[in-house]
Design a protein around this ligand. Structure first.
Ligand code: SF4
Length: 133
């Protein structure tokens, strides 16, 4: 697995991606926590930019830029990412042994006894810890 570059780390901080990067192998790229945190950071950034713009453009223009920015960069990407997160959880739940196991935590795609993320069809415990849900 290759390490992400500094530019990629910055992209990931604000979660400005609509698909998972190829280096996101060992752990899920989209989690509810990362989606919400990144959306809040983007919204905070939009608020700062909007306040800076206030002295250069009219209030109504600032208002429109803020609203379009909130939707386009704050809420809409988070919604797309949550959709992808949900799809991935469904794929794991429906297509793997872990999905039917009582130790699988859907929220963070984690095996609770192995303390490992389930990212493929091969269970981290190799089936030895499986118990029906
Ligand atoms: S105990 Fe095994 S089968 Fe169950 S969630 Fe963990 S890795 Fe998957």
């Amino acid at each position: 697995m290759r390490e992400p570059s500094n530019g990629e780390k910055l992209l990931d901080l604000f979660l400005l991606r609509t698909r998972e990067p190829e280096y996101a192998i060992d752990q899920p790229f989209y989690t509810t926590g990362s989606i919400v945190a990144a959306a809040l950071m983007r919204i905070a950034l939009i608020a700062v930019v909007t306040m800076a713009l206030k002295s250069y453009v009219s209030s109504s223009t600032t208002w429109w830029i803020a609203m379009i920015g909130l939707w386009g960069l704050g809420v809409y990407p988070a919604w797309l990412q949550y959709d992808k997160y949900h799809e991935r959880v469904e794929t794991i739940t429906d297509g793997t042994l872990c999905g039917t196991c009582r130790h699988f935590n859907r929220t963070n795609q984690l095996c609770m006894i192995m303390d490992e993320h389930v990212t493929s069809t091969t269970p981290p415990c190799e089936g030895e810890g499986w118990e029906p849900a």
